[in-house]
Structure formats: structure tokens, C-alpha cells
Design a binder for this molecule. Sequence first.
Ligand code: F6R
Length: 612
Amino acid sequence: MCGIVGYTGHREAYPIIIKGLKRLEYRGYDSTGVALNNGSGLNVYKKKGKVAELEEAVIGKDLHAHIGIGHTRWATHGEPSDRNAHPHQSASGKLAMIHNGIIENYTQLKKELISKGYYFESDTDTEVLLNFIEEIRKNNQCDLEEAVRIALKRVTGAYVILLIDEDDPATIIAARKGSPLVIGIGKGEHFLGSDASPMLEYTKEVVYVNDYELAIVKPDELILKNLGNEKLTPYVQKLDLELAAIEKGGYEHFMLKEIVEQPQTIYDCLRGRLDPIEGTITMSGIQQYAEQIMNANRIVIVACGTSWHAGLVAEYIFEELCRINVEVEYASEFRYRNPVINKGDVILAISQSGETADTLVAIENAKSKGAILLGVVNVVGSSIARTSHAGAYTHAGPEIGVASTKAFTAQLAVLTMIALKIGYLKGSIPQERYMNLLNELQQVPEKVAWILKHSAPIKAMAEKYKDARDFLYLGRGYNFPVALEGALKLKEISYIHAEGYPAAEMKHGPIALVDDQLPVVFVATRDAYHEKVMSNMQEIKARKGKLIAVITEGDTATAELCDDYIEVPEADEIVAPMLSVVPLQLLAYYIGVAKELDVDKPRNLAKSVTVE
Ligand code: F6R
């Protein structure tokens, strides 16, 4: 949450910062701001709203500078407003700072500062930290770097901060704990960002700053230190990311582009790993820990949101194929619950961004108790990937639409491969089923392409149901988490209240909601529970609910029950979620579009939830 950009070098900073902020808008978009230092003072411009609104507001203003910082906000402390937008300026006006994260002890720091005569223009924790730094600099007669170091030792919470000083028109001071920070290295220039997207066209050489590190960034110099003031050697990595991957490529929205990309992203995820002819799955990270996983007492999956839904599907798959006890936990609950973790437990974190604060802290806690940590992560080099002992990347490419789509199917592909590999090594999958499932997995990309090709009716369905007040999504077995995911997508994108439920559980409460106005979406592909799901459909029909279903191609008996249906190709139930979720992603997308909403940036959401 919150996107941060910084630049120091020989170019004009403002255009680089604005372009970078647009790329980071997925992280937060309720207000925007920049601070520029042109050598004769700081110019700070900020505005409630998206980056485009700031651009309008600064027309005709002095934007010249070779150093600057910029911020796109997802509000935590204080409503979205011009006043609460970053950058904030210190009481003297000499320092400007942007911040991503939460300073938990800000109330106490604020009290201390108020007793010293400070007053605050905003409701933010950021302004408190900034003035705390300024106060230390004044009191201790030290330089800014030292003041930041002292201040951060007193701070609890998570942060990435970037600071510039009116009297030093070349240096950005940056520090990180718990939120991401990347520094791009150019020739006589440096770029800073919450991820690498703002710097892609300028450099491929980057340094990922670690927790409790402080960077002193000048055009020609990057000094990295720990909070103990010891110099560290920056570890420079090569970026393997092209500009095209973060652009819309002719699609109206990133979300649509990312849904349509799925045949390719699932293929990319399987490529080089799955070999149905040889009967092998190659995943070196998993191979390394195969013994421990096979012999694990249990696997605890921790994740949030869509990734948690992928975890629920994985629970079914692991239990079926590996005969290992699996628990799926909301990371936010797990981290505070003092969970029992025994040696030999395997903790599996699933995360698209690799930066979700709750997931990260949950696995750090588990690591300290001796668990083996595996990560299934999309963003290469992200915090969760680096914290894990081993794991597998999902290789879905950058996901920019705030609602997760292609990351989910790639997560399912990776998790299925891990389960197949472990089950095979353990001998818990019969050889014939194993070979059959490898083939099934191999066919998923072309089956998803088939669904996309036949998806035109979904747009018409979206028009028909866009004014519904509520939706119910139901499924059983492997399709239950898909129902949850369908409901989550709809509420995020269309703001229609939607609930996902196990189909059979519906009669223990939610059936009271059913009337002739309620669309009920069944994930009703042919599997072991199909007859039972059909009975549940009859129960809805008897109460005049509007029946919509995702069904297996050619299943006329189920089709006849429905008001509307969408077909997906026949598939083994283990891979079926990767197919049945796609029409639900499209339904949510088209309903959002029909309601003329900003589907890529739904209200109140942010892509990367780096606060708890
Ligand atoms: C839903 C969505 C969120 C994320 C959740 C976890 O469309 O995007 O629910 O799935 O915030 O994020 P990651 O996977 O980055 O840990």
C-alpha cells in the first residue's frame, strides 16, 4: 500500500516521478504528491485523488528539479485529503518526507512533540515521524542521516521512508522495515521505488533494500548502512522484467489483459517444470526440502484474500494426493494466535506480491519456532520469497489490476505441481493417476484459451445482473474455494454484496436470502459431488432464485436447470478450479464495466497490503 518513488541525478525529476507514480498507482490511489528541490528550496505539491488530478493541479507551477520524491497514498491515519497527502514537510519547512507503512507508537511520539511546542497540519503518523526526526537533528546537532537512525530505533511499526532536505539538493535518505524498497542504479543517477516498475526504462540493475537498512542516495553514490551505522555492500541484481509486461497492451483494463493472459501465464508456470512424457516435475526449491515435506506432520498454509482461496484448493489437493494433514490459515489471525508449531511442521506461504505484511510476519514468527518455510510467490525478490527457506515462483508476470486473477491460476498450477511431486515421491498417488494428472495439467492452458474464446455470453449476463443487490456463490469440494473467489472478485470490482458458501451449507442459513431477485452462482462442473450440487440447485430453483452456473461443456441436464450458464471443458476435478474460476473473473469484470466503475482501481483497495 502506498507507492513511493524517488529520483536523484541529471534528468528532470518530475516527469520520472509522475510516470513512476502512475505505475505504482495499483498500490494506493486516494491522494498523490511530490516534493522537488530545485536548489533554492522545496516545492511540495499534493492533492486528494489520483495522479492525473495532481498533474492538472500543477500546471503552470515550478516543476524544475533534479531531485525529488513522490507518493501515491492508501490512507491509514487520516481521511484522504490534500492535507493528509504526502509528502509532509517538517515544522521548519526544511525536510520533506514520504512514507509507506504505519508508525504504531506515533501517539506517544506526538505527545512528546506537542509538549515541545510542535503542532501538526495533518492527521498522519508520517508527519509525526518527520518532526521527530527534525527534533532529534536539532537537539543532537547531528546530520540528517544520524537523526533518522536515532529516530528509527525508537519507532515501532513498518515503514519505508524517503526524505529530502532543502539544504542538500542531491541526497535522498531512505530506510526500510517491513515495506518494500528497490533502488535502481543508473549512470550518475539513482531511482527509488516501491517496486522496480518506475525505473524499468532507465536501468536493469537494482538493489533490494532489506529491513533495518538505511540508504544514502546521491547521483553518483549509493551508501547502504544498518541502523548501527555499519556500512553494507549493496547486492546488485539484474532485473528480468520488460516494460511491455507492465503496460496495457491495447486492452481497456489491466484486469481484462490479465484474465486473457492466463493461457500464457499458466503455460509459463508449467514450462520447464512439467514433463508429462518423462513423467517428471522439476522444482529445485521443493526438491531440496522434499524429505521434510513428505514426512511433515502437517502443512500449514498461510495467506490472505485470493491467495488464501488458492490455499483452500491446495488443502484438498495435498490431502488427496499426499495424504498429509493440511491447515489453511488467514495470516492475520495466525500471526497473533500463538499457534502451536512443532519441529517438522511445514509452513507454506502463498502471496502474489510477496509483500503482504500479515503473511510476512506470520511466517517470520513460524520460522523463529523452527518450522520449514516454503513460499509460493509471484514477485521475484520480494520479502516473502527472501524470507522463505525455499519455494517456487509462479511466473505469472506483473499483476497490476488490483483484483487478483492470473496470480490465482498460477498459484493453483504451482501448488498442484508441488502436491504431485510430493505425492509421487511419497508413493501416495497411484502411477496411472499421477501420469493422468500430469497430462491434465498440461492441457490447462489450452482449455483456458477455449473458455476465453467462448466467453461472449458473459458480457450479456453482466448487463442482465448488474443491478442485483446481492449475489450468492456456491460450490462443493474443489469448487467451494472457487465460489469464494468468485464472490470476492464480484464485491471488489462491482461493490455488489456477494457471499461465497459451501453449497450444502447454504441450507443452514443463507437460503433465507433467496428470493426471485437473488442471483445464485453455482460452480457446478462435473465431479464427484455433481449430483449433490444439482440437488442444491433444485433447492434454489424451488425458491425462485436466479440460477447461474459454471458447468461442464455439453452437460445439458445441468444447463436446463439454469437461467444462465457458462461452459468450461471437461477436466479432472483437481485441475478444474483453474478453469471454473475464469468465467467468474470475467463475470465480475464485465459487471464492473457495465456499472462504469474503475475496475483496475476499485475504491478503498490497494494491491499490495503492506500494513496489517
Ligand atoms: C483479491 C486480492 C487480495 C489479495 C490479498 C493477498 O483480488 O487481490 O485479496 O489476494 O491482499 O495479497 P498477496 O497475494 O499479494 O499476498
